[in-house]
Design a binder for this molecule. Structure first.
Ligand SMILES: [Ca+2]
Length: 93
């Protein structure tokens, strides 16, 4: 249970940081060479870096075709989330 809680916390932290990155700088400003993971949610939950930190949609989370800019992650605000099963440590410096 502790591990799941830790993974969820990490996932929410990374998603929050990703959201900040998108809202402040835009996707093109993210350097995939130094980022731990980049999820554009443009049709899937794959990590755009070479670190393979792919996410999995949980509890009804889905990719919507009705995002502000094409496709987007859609969460119900209750229990949906994206799980990243394992953050590869070798990419965390
Ligand atoms: Ca749900």
């Amino acid at each position: 249970m502790y591990t799941l809680k830790k993974q969820l916390t990490l996932t929410y932290t990374y998603l929050f940081m990703l959201g900040l990155a998108f809202s402040v700088q835009g996707y093109s400003a993210i350097d995939p060479q130094t980022a731990v993971a980049v999820w554009a949610f443009d049709g899937n939950t794959k990590d755009a870096t070479e670190n393979n930190n792919h996410g999995k949609l949980k509890n009804g989370a889905k990719i919507s075709n009705n995002g502000k800019f094409d496709k987007a992650l859609s969460l119900d605000g209750e229990d949906d989330y994206v799980l990243v099963p394992k953050i590869h440590r070798d990419c965390m410096g």
